[in-house]
Design a protein around this ligand. Structure first.
Ligand code: CMP
Length: 139
């Protein structure tokens, strides 16, 4: 059954480009409420663990290096059908393929510097939320 929660990170390019406010605005205007949020920077060990599923991919090293290059905003979001609706809101991984009106169409630069992360399943939303937040940080 859908849990109605998803996990997101605003990636270092979003912070560098001054897009935190605009992206959070798009997320809340789309009907998501914020259950947890933190401004932080991933360590090398944290990024390697978070993206362990991609360890065999040619872009893994680049991905870890990029995701540790500056601060991120991590958040847990709630809405009916959260995982699927958030994936629709953020758009395709490659911004050149992202639909009009999506966050990546508006703010992503490339497949790597693609503005936001969104969990791809309810199970991963739970795992990723637990990775970043303890129960007392969730409201
Ligand atoms: P995300 O879906 O958040 O998590 C996996 C990330 O890997 C993905 O976003 C992209 O940022 C990154 N990624 C996927 N494909 C490539 C690629 N070809 N080159 C660089 N990064 C990639």
């Amino acid at each position: 059954m859908a849990t109605n929660r998803t996990f997101t990170m605003l990636k270092p390019d979003s912070i560098e480009n001054g897009n935190i406010g605009n992206i959070i605005g798009m997320i809340t205007e789309a009907g998501f409420s914020i259950k947890a949020m933190k401004y932080t920077q991933l360590s090398d060990a944290q990024a390697k663990e978070f993206y362990a599923v991609h360890v065999e991919r040619p872009f893994y090293g680049e991905l870890v290096e990029y995701m540790t290059s500056g601060p991120i905003v991590a958040a847990i979001l709630e809405k009916e059908n959260a995982v699927e609706d958030f994936r629709a809101l953020i758009g395709a991984t490659d911004p050149s393929e992202a639909a009009d009106g999506t966050i990546r169409k508006a703010y992503a630069e490339s497949k790597g510097r693609n503005a936001v992360h969104g969990s791809d399943s309810d199970d991963n939303a739970q795992i990723e939320s637990d990775f970043h937040f303890s129960p007392v940080e969730i409201f």
